[in-house]
Design a protein around this ligand. Sequence first.
Ligand SMILES: [Zn+2]
Length: 106
Amino acid sequence: MGELFENKLLELVRRGDTEKAAYLKSLDKTILPSFVKRIQENDKTVLREMVVPKWVSWELLYDWAASKKNSSGQRCILCNELSEVGIDFNDKFICEHCFLKLKNMS
Ligand SMILES: [Zn+2]
């Protein structure tokens, strides 16, 4: 986790703002991997396509996304490939490719 993001989360927890704290903690699950990639590339047009509360600054999002870059990849439970981008689903990792396939099927 980036420092800015971590500090913001701590601040919210200290203030007892559990709703906002929970929102930040759930970013991993709520923001699409393809969006994360665009945030990492500092592509602010992504904001037009995703719903982010006003109190969440671009710097905060960018810090959060940047910290996700450091992971060397996780193994997808569906295709068994190592992937940098994907989502955590019930503590299991699903790569972006499989996630999009699942999404299109439902
Ligand atoms: Zn996969």
